[in-house]
Ligand binder design. Structure first.
Ligand code: UT7
Length: 324
């Protein structure tokens, strides 16, 4: 039974009202990698656009990253949250989930808190779940975190995957509001295709295997298609979009995706050069950095899209709020 009967037009929308992000202290440059892998700075930059990534030491867990990013987003939103969703491919343990421990460390013991695994599309999946909890009035506000330590997944001697991945976390607070206000999230469109599960798999940390060229092709196809659908669902033409905010897998994937959408480079946000592929943290980290340095301004229309292991993908629209 729907609980939406008491709400008026546009009410029950999820509205972004706080954001925070964090990176580990240690930056690993391409030069650092060439010292121990048979690779070059030129190869890594030309194939991926990545110049450095941040890597967490053994003393910094996924939960630690999640707590730091979440605390910043909670400070900025100053609204009480009634649920926590943590998107991650690298939870601290198989069992229990990482989210309840994160909630407890944030002083949120008692609220529902759970992990969500959807690869590098995890943050968009988590936004969809949070928007659903808000729409049916289960929660007035939800904390959504994307946190990953993807640098731990490749075989440390595998030059084809080590350069791609970094660690980090980003978090947003979504509150109940209206579709017309700044911060409003559009419909979140999601998909998966498990027939290609073998294209990116990591049976355990240190054992990631990836068929890079195939992943590349699927990523561009899926992100461009679902981005068109998300823009259409919001009633936007692609010309209305101020910034494409793609999951930072690598600069060639995001460049091909933007070109297929007819979105010029200066309307595509990027930070992959400095942070690499940070998985579920990628989009909130990019949003936080771009808002802080002024690339994103209040009222900007953003088109978010992601793709990852699963295969999974998703897209949504977001109008940037005044002071998140
Ligand atoms: O969320 C999704 C996450 N996944 C991704 O973002 C990955 C998507 N895939 C890609 O971006 C690209 O496939 C890669 C950047 C991973 C690889 O680029 P590619 O153009 O597909 O290269 P390749 O795998 O076909 O390899 C070409 C050559 C090979 O040498 P041979 O067999 O032609 O002699 C590789 O061994 O490049 C070699 N190679 C390297 N050479 C120097 C692979 N990695 C490196 C390296 N340095 N780091």
């Amino acid at each position: 039974m729907s609980t939406l009967g008491t709400t008026g037009p546009g009410e029950g929308a999820a509205v972004l009202c706080g954001i925070g992000a964090v990176l580990p202290h240690t930056a690993v440059s391409n030069a650092d990698l060439t010292a121990r892998l048979n690779t070059t700075d030129e190869w890594i930059r030309s194939r991926t656009g990545i110049a450095q990534r941040y890597v967490a030491g053994a003393d910094l867990s996924t939960a630690d990253l999640a707590v730091h990013a979440a605390a910043r987003s909670l400070d900025r939103s100053s609204v009480p949250v009634q649920a926590l969703v943590l998107a991650s491919t690298t939870p601290d343990r198989c069992c229990p989930a990482t989210a309840p421990a994160v909630a407890a460390r944030l002083g949120l013991t008692g609220i529902p808190a759970f992990d969500l695994a959807a690869g590098c599309a995890g943050f968009l999946y988590a936004l969809a779940v949070a928007a659903g909890l808000i729409a049916d009035a289960t929660a007035q506000a939800v904390l959504v975190i994307g946190a990953d330590r993807l640098a731990a997944l490749p075989d440390p001697d595998d030059r084809t995957t080590v350069p791609l991945f970094g660690d980090g976390a980003g978090a947003v607070v979504l509150r109940r509001g209206t579709a017309a206000e700044g911060g409003a999230l559009g419909r979140v469109l999601l998909g998966s295709d498990g027939t290609h599960a073998d294209l990116i798999q990591a049976p355990h940390p240190g054992a990631l295997r990836m068929q890079g060229a195939e992943v590349f092709r699927h990523a561009v196809d899926r992100m461009s298609t679902v981005s068109r659908q998300a823009a259409a669902a919001a009633g936007w033409s692609l010309d209305d979009v101020d910034h494409l905010v793609p999951h930072q897998a690598n600069a060639r994937i995001t460049g091909f995706t933007a070109r297929r959408l007819g979105i010029p480079d200066d309307r595509q946000l990027q930070n992959v050069e400095h942070v690499g592929n940070t998985g579920a943290a990628s989009i909130p980290l990019l949003l936080a950095q771009a808002a802080a340095d002024g690339r994103i301004k209040p009222g900007h229309r953003l088109l978010l899209t992601a793709f990852g292991a699963g295969l999974t993908w998703g897209a949504t629209t977001l109008t940037w709020p005044d002071r998140p």
